[in-house]
Design a protein around this ligand. Sequence first.
Ligand code: NAD
Length: 504
Amino acid sequence: MTTVQAESATTGEPTTRETFESLDPATDEVVGTYPVHTAADVEEAVAEAREAASWWAGLGFAGRTERLQRWKGVLTRRSAQLAELVHAETGKPHGDAMLEIVLAIDHTAWAAKHARKVLGSRRRSAGLLMANQAATVEYQPLGVVGVIGPWNYPVFTPMGSIAYALAAGNAVVFKPSEYTPGVGKWLADAFAEVVPEHPVFRVVTGFGKTGAALCRSGVDKLAFTGSPGTGKKIMAACAETLTPVLIEAGGKDALLVDADADVAAAADAAVWGGMSNAGQTCVGVERVYVHEKVYDDFVAKVVEVTKDVRAGSDAEAKIGPITMPGQLKIIKRHIADALSRGGKALVGGEDAVGERYVQPTVLVDVPEDSSAVREETFGPTLTIAKVRDMDEAVEKANDSRYGLASTVFSKARGVELARRLRSGMTAVNGVISFAGIPSLPFGGIGDSGFGRIHGPEGLREFARSKAIARQRFRPPLSLTTFSRTAKTDATVAKLITLLHGKRR
Ligand code: NAD
């Protein structure tokens, strides 16, 4: 952190302002310098966003959709520039950066297009007893939504909250990860081009302290994506003001391979699901359970596919560096623990963990209670275990405090097994496919968090239901009056017996 002289935004007086740098994890070159926003800055941003929120809500679905579609157009036309920034701040290959941007654009388009249908006013049946009423429900914006994001998918992940919250009519104050502040600012600047009138989407930058200030700033909801440990702190801070929270935390996702599976496709999916983005994917594959009948074949294919995957910063490298230097120690500890307890590395091993890069590592015979199986590794590693049958596979996959996503490869029983897996999402005969389907909700259970982004559920997450009962005509039996007679009560008693009193 550095302290620099700046001017106060309100008084114009000279003031000191702390700044921090985002670095290219491949080279440690400075990508950008950003302010460390204080609690006062955050409060100011939220106050401004609150004013902007009423204006934005007043635009209605049509007005907001039009702006969001224009924003989507800007993101699409400048995606190469944004991908370059994602590449610089996270180290991930340009193609992978493009992939997350493409998905985020598609989600933004979906949220903009479907907001009215999902959230607009609709009639509900009033029921026989209240037949004189017209019943409607609509979903109104919350006001200002605070979003705190991680660095691993700095566009796709926070946009799952930002785009849906905006489409639902809220203003947003976003605190991007300290590793990817430039990406957060880029998104907000692009939005301000299509919505120049008011600061509907603001960015505040800084570390955990700035995030904590956002939790306490009086936002109407806090959407957090990051590690479970931070999620708990966020919930505790939000509890002080009864601010509702959405928690998208980590995972230890399992992939199951059944005896009748397309083994080559499953191996390809396991390697990509586990190692793309250098394994730094919340819904990445970390554990694999394989039916004994296809185990040897599967393992051989995984080893073969993995040999083509190399970490580096050159154009041929398929995965980049570990973005957060502190993660290297965790990855090394997991591999060392697995090996010291009888596990074998068929590819990679402890030496695969370098100073910036981790080369792919495939572990077998790892005890189920080792950290490589139980904790989120967040590196390009896979553990593969042999199981007798798919019941054992389901049992082992479910034996985790996490429950984010999962994958099943099976020709006959894919959906049946998917239903039995304790996770928020499951891909069948594909990998991470649910994330690219905007109409599907995304989120976890257990230590992976709660609440949903994406899809209709993701829009409703950022809205409050408003019920309206409008009397259409005076009822023959008026129940809500002190002038109600004994006769009315007797008629109601008869009616309810007729309606619900039948013996079955
Ligand atoms: P992190 O928890 O370290 O940080 C996330 C964000 O929280 C950052 O912006 C950080 O500055 C902020 N923060 C830290 N301390 C805070 C505090 N006390 N109060 C408020 N904010 C605070 O997570 P990370 O390392 O950036 O991200 C990696 C984690 O995110 C992994 O566990 C990964 O699985 C998870 N993740 C989950 C999803 C999902 O959708 N479920 C998506 C992507 C990443």
